[in-house]
Ligand binder design. Structure first.
Ligand SMILES: Cc1cc2nc3c(=O)[nH]c(=O)nc-3n(C[C@H](O)[C@H](O)[C@H](O)COP(=O)(O)OP(=O)(O)OC[C@H]3O[C@@H](n4cnc5c(N)ncnc54)[C@H](O)[C@@H]3O)c2cc1C
Length: 495
């Protein structure tokens, strides 16, 4: 019997734990008063920067259950409200606290296909809106999620459950990131025959080739893929739809198609000197390292290496932070990360009060490993010598709010040169790649260049659906999973 199909059970749990006042048996109602938040923490810096395996540690089972006991099971669960997947967080905290690991996984997996991914890389919107976060002591929801899932794998609770019957309908998923995988899983459960096409050599999208191993070791993806394959999903790699597989062939061979190709166009910095050698997009750099960890050899002429270099990361976000950690592991001489926006406040930000996601200073494990971070710097021109980059001229900017509360930027005229011989552009992604598949299909785009969903998850082209970054714009794994699940629902109805 398949765990994930047990919606009836899930509703039973909710009823049993949350709504039945006669049978209300929440764990330890006052635990949050006596037990502090305890994070598993990271491996010591000097140890972790000499390898590419995961930096995060785990708590023992007893401590993990105590952490779960801190959940107040709030009547209005803001964690549940802020989770794009609407994970039933108080319910599985209670089950975890009581040591009911199997049941905890069942409830968790009812809304989240791959909690082993989000348990590792989610920025945990839920924790930011946890009521205990008003005291900066939120529940360790993300870590608890990972612990439940790892325990479920260890105990053999998670097995392949192929659908008992097939509908005879065929669905193609184009792109194998989290959105595509979630859509494929949900459609396969309904008995449709699903084929996932991926242009790269391995399945997983940005989970595989974007996010570094030190945040998500790739065996975690392979473990899940084995199950999905055993359940009947067909994976086809090294196949770019629209090039290696003509669109007409795709449309005529499948009853429905779901585009989950991500938002692949990186934001460029077209200033003087952009053509100098040594300036690369962040993702090209990160992809190479992920491939090297996977055992591939990169031809010397194509290698982007930080070894012994003064690295400058332009862009202060999460991808930039991944470049910092990767550069440090590659033994860069120094790493600097700059951002055009001002430094966010530390601790609280009145502009983004609880329960909203706070715009405050984030310090990742990579930042702890040794980087100089600077803010309010706009890049004016790259400087080079004999065709190679040697630095960038930046100017300090000031940010003020206008009457409508919008931030406006003004250059101060104070400029300087930051020396660098490897520059990584990490300023986000603007839109999906239009040329080829999307243009040839003739899908409509929204104002930002993403594929427009006219009805939820339905493109303007008959029987072509969309999910993930290709339609939302570059976002998060948890949102991609949610979008993939919703697309599967729309496709299921259509079929
Ligand atoms: C470096 C980096 C780090 C990140 N870290 C985090 C993090 O820690 N936490 C978090 O929540 N989010 C993170 N994100 C964001 C997150 O990875 C994405 O939001 C998420 O992966 C989007 O999922 P997706 O399925 O829509 O697309 P993607 O994951 O981008 O997958 C799309 C796939 O489609 C394939 N494809 C494209 N065109 C074709 C075609 N024509 N035919 C066949 N295949 C095609 C691509 O090769 C790719 O594999 C990170 C992003 C980056 C770039």
């Amino acid at each position: 019997m398949r765990i994930e199909n047990y919606w009836a059970d899930v509703h039973f749990f909710i009823f049993n734990f949350q709504f039945s006042i006669f049978n209300y048996n929440m764990g330890n109602a006052k635990a949050f008063l006596t037990i502090n938040r305890k994070e598993a923490g990271y491996r010591p810096v000097l140890e972790r920067i000499s390898d590419f395996t995961e930096v995060e540690q785990t708590l023992n089972m007893e401590d993990r259950m105590l952490q779960a006991s801190r959940c107040m099971e709030c009547g209005v669960a803001f964690c549940h409200w802020s989770c794009p997947l609407s994970n039933l967080i108080p319910e599985w905290q209670d089950l975890l606290y009581k040591g009911k690991w199997f049941e905890a996984y069942r409830v968790l997996n009812a809304t989240n296909n791959f909690p082993e991914f989000t348990g590792r890389v989610c920025p945990a919107l839920c924790e930011k809106s946890c009521v205990l976060n008003m005291q900066h002591q939120p529940l360790t929801i993300r870590e608890n999620e990972a612990a439940i899932t790892e325990h479920a794998f260890l105990e053999g609770f998670i097995k392949a459950y192929p659908p008992k019957t097939r509908t005879g309908k065929k669905v193609a998923i184009v792109g194998s990131g989290p959105a595509g995988l979630a859509a494929a899983d949900m459609l396969n459960r309904k008995g449709h025959l699903v084929t996932v096409y991926e242009k790269d050599e391995a399945i997983g999208g940005l989970l595989r080739l974007g996010i570094p191993d030190f945040k998500l070791v790739k065996g975690i993806i392979d473990r899940r893929l084995k199950l999905l394959e055993a359940e009947g999903i067909i994976f086809v790699t090294n196949t770019e739809v629209g090039k290696d597989l003509p669109i007409n062939e795709l449309l005529s061979s499948f009853d429905a198609v779901c585009l989950t190709i991500g938002a692949g166009v990186p934001r460029d910095l077209p200033i003087e000197g952009r053509n100098l050698k040594g300036i690369h997009f962040a993702l090209d750099f990160l992809k190479q390292q992920n491939r090297i960890v996977a055992g591939q050899t990169i031809p010397a002429s194509e290698q982007i290496s930080a070894k012994g270099k003064k690295v400058l990361v332009i862009g202060g976000g999460d991808t930039g932070s991944d470049c910092v950690g990767t550069s440090i592991r590659q033994k860069a001489a120094s790493v600097t990360q700059i951002e055009i926006l001002p430094q966010p406040p530390v601790g609280d930000n009145p502009d983004t009060p609880w329960p909203y996601y706070p715009n405050i200073l984030k310090t990742s494990s990579s930042h702890e490993e040794g980087v100089t971070r600077r803010w309010s710097l706009a890049s004016k021109r790259f400087i080079g010598n004999k065709g190679k980059v040697t630095g960038v001229e930046v100017v300090r900017v000031e940010w003020t709010k206008d009457e409508s509360g919008r931030f406006t930027m003004k250059e101060t005229g104070v400029s300087e040169i930051i020396n660098a011989d490897l520059i990584l552009l990490s300023m986000g992604f603007t839109q999906p790649v239009h040329e080829g598949l999307l243009d040839d299909l003739g899908v409509k785009y929204d104002a930002r260049g993403n594929v427009e969903a006219l009805k939820p998850n339905e493109s303007s082209v008959a029987k072509v659906f969309v999910a993930g970054d290709v339609t939302t714009g570059a976002s998060l794994v948890v949102r991609a999973l949610d979008s993939g699940r919703k697309a599967a629902e729309a496709i299921g109805k259509y079929l």
